[in-house]
Design a protein around this ligand. Structure first.
Ligand code: IPE
Ligand code: IPE
Ligand code: MG
Length: 247
């Protein structure tokens, strides 16, 4: 039985989020520049998107660039932005052919204008696609997202559009960039680091976390299957007891 066949299609996570980490170390191991790792990371993105869609995953969120990543050397930031623009341009047709909708979360206004334009075009072109939603987290950080939600809610309260006693989880959620997506059931991080790095802090409150030593450019379909199988072996209790879950 192949790994893929072992996956129970009835218990798939609806939403998988991935912290794609380890491009730089992958390149370094090969005696190459970090940018070479990012270029090869694109191949892993392609494989992962394809396999997630094939399996029937409805939402796939990829952490591609964090707010903190702006602090990297200018050369690397520029290379990442160019790679992003080039990849979106090249892959939009494949997304359309595969009925995949592209969305983005993060402080998109902070992206270079060429990048924003390419992104908007791809999102518009794929807006009606229904098989899977691919969400790119770009210039994203969870604390930024939470602060901007708090600001908007505070404005709503002071203009009397929102009454303070109406503020609950659901209202707060509606002010996040992820308002239209369910929370991820599974969060994967590659490269052996076991941290969350300011990613979806609110949304992963009850996600299953999966860490793999694989560096992102080496991540392939089989690795996604492994992660999903691991997820399917877990018991999600949401505060209840094991006995309650079984009955
Ligand atoms: C992930 O790989 C890609 C981005 C954060 C943009 P890294 O570039 O962080 O690679 P490492 O962690 O330094 O190996
Ligand atoms: C997290 O990776 C951000 C992305 C994958 C885009 P980093 O490599 O930036 O994370 P830290 O700083 O090592 O935690
Ligand atoms: Mg890293």
């Amino acid at each position: 039985m192949s790994l893929k066949e072992k996956i129970d299609p009835a218990r798939l996570p609806r939403h998988i989020a991935i912290i794609m980490d380890g491009n730089g170390r992958w390149a370094k191991q090969k005696g190459r520049l970090r940018v070479f790792g990012h270029q090869n990371g694109v191949l892993a993105v392609r494989d992962t998107v394809e396999s997630a869609a094939e399996l029937g995953i409805k939402y796939l969120t990829l952490y591609a660039f964090s707010t903190e990543n702006w602090n990297r050397p200018k050369f690397e930031v520029n290379a990442l932005m160019e790679l992003l623009v080039g990849t979106i341009r090249k892959e939009t047709k494949t997304l359309t052919d595969n009925n995949i909708r592209l969305q983005a979360i993060g402080n998109l206004d902070s992206l270079p204008s060429g990048c924003r334009k390419e992104l908007k075009e791809a999102m518009d072109l794929t807006a009606g696609n229904t098989r899977m939603t691919l969400v790119l987290a770009l210039s994203y950080s969870s604390k930024w997202e939470i602060i901007q939600a708090v600001k908007k809610i505070a404005e709503g309260v002071s203009s009397k559009e929102i009454s303070a006693d109406r503020i609950d989880e659901s209202l707060f959620n509606s002010f996040l960039c992820t308002a239209n997506f369910p929370d991820p059931e599974l969060l994967i991080r590659t490269s052996g680091e076991q941290r969350v790095s300011n990613f979806l802090l609110w949304q992963i409150a009850y996600s299953e976390l999966y860490f793999t030593e694989k560096l992102w450019p080496d991540f392939r379909k089989e690795d996604l299957y492994e992660a999903i199988l691991d997820y399917q072996r877990r018991e999600r209790r949401f505060g209840k007891t094991s006995e309650q879950i079984a009955s």
